[in-house]
Design a protein around this ligand. Structure first.
Ligand code: SPV
Ligand code: MG
Length: 312
């Protein structure tokens, strides 16, 4: 992969032919942490790609929100996969899929994983809580799954894959559940031995402290992925120093959309369209983003291509 400008990453010809899983592995093995942008639909995926992100996180929280439901397994996994397919298709980037707890047992987890691979995702991330899970930032009722059972899920997912490059990421929720550092490390090691390709260590502290402690004790046994939603003020250099492989900006796009849509709806009612218009994308901006010009060019080309046969 090449770096052009600040964080603009582009694929070489050889890399472009690699499987989505291989691309994600390449991203996560770079000298600096890879940035994965949260996406919740085709539009947010396109905007992330256009902005220069090289990989995406198909966020369960954000897709649930976009579907109008809560991030507590209220959306069915087939609903989620429908939207994930849009994310994959729209961006053309490697997508790490938030698979929550795998929606039940080893069997539902491996079916979900195999489906995610078929629709072109690059990897799936499974979290070690019980179904139905609750978003990690909500309340304190986060029940951890038995370690052996979760290890079975990881192994079953690995064995369900067609291409071994597809990544199975194990998400450790011990710090979220208040189970402590030793338990987080014990679980991460068990998941490594069960076949996980990377560990997502999650924290909801306002600082990097507990993630730094985990990373120090983990000693690089597998790549580490984090989502610094609450410790967002940590400088990127610190993540790099800790040897973090991937940083997920999980929900910022969805939250930005919430703010913008709210402001627009309220302003339309209270102030009227004249106030709203300067602050929103023009129609042409949307048409350009979505490639309407390309469609018009294609239409012209196909109309001409066999025109010598006539049109009757
Ligand atoms: C998500 O984006 O759905 C996640 C990450 O699981 S978080 O919401 O930060 O827990
Ligand atoms: Mg989630």
């Amino acid at each position: 992969m090449t770096t052009t400008g600040s964080r603009q990453l582009r694929w070489s010809a050889t890399e472009a032919e690699a499987s989505p899983g291989a691309k994600l592995r390449t991203l996560l093995s770079g000298p600096e942490p890879a940035l994965l942008m949260g996406a919740h639909d085709g539009l947010s995926a396109r905007i992330a790609a256009e902005s220069g992100f090289s990989g995406l996180w198909a966020s369960g929280f954000c897709i649930s929100t976009a579907l109008g439901v809560r991030d507590s397994d209220e959306a069915s996994w087939t609903d989620l996969l429908g939207m994930i397919a849009r994310v994959v298709e729209a961006a053309g980037l490697p997508v790490l899929v938030d698979g929550d707890t795998g929606y039940g047992n080893f069997n539902t987890a491996r079916l979900f994983t195999a489906h995610a691979e078929r629709i072109g995702a690059a990897g799936v991330c499974l979290e070690d809580k019980v179904f139905p899970k609750m978003n990690s930032f909500v309340g304190d009722a986060h029940v951890l799954a038995p370690i052996g059972e979760f290890c079975g899920k990881i192994t079953a997912c690995r064995e369900a894959l067609s291409n071994p490059d597809f990544m199975v990421v194990a998400r450790v929720e011990a710090l979220i559940a208040g189970a402590g550092m030793a338990e987080a490390l014990r679980r991460a090691e068990a998941y490594r031995q069960a076949g996980a390709d990377a560990i997502f260590i999650h924290s909801r502290q306002p600082t990097i402290k507990e993630i730094a402690e985990f990373a120090g004790k983990w000693e690089g046994r597998l790549p580490l992925v984090i989502a610094p939603t609450t410790y967002h003020s940590t400088p990127m250099a610190e993540f790099a120093e800790l040897g973090i492989s991937g940083v997920i900006w999980a929900n910022q796009s969805m939250r930005a959309a919430v703010t913008a849509m709210r402001q627009t709806c309220r302003s339309l009612l209270t102030e009227g369209p004249e106030d709203v218009e300067p602050a929103i994308a023009s129609l042409n901006e949307v048409f350009t983003l979505m490639g309407y010009q390309k469609l018009a060019a294609d239409e012209e080309r196909y109309a001409k291509l066999h025109s010598d046969w006539g049109n009757s």
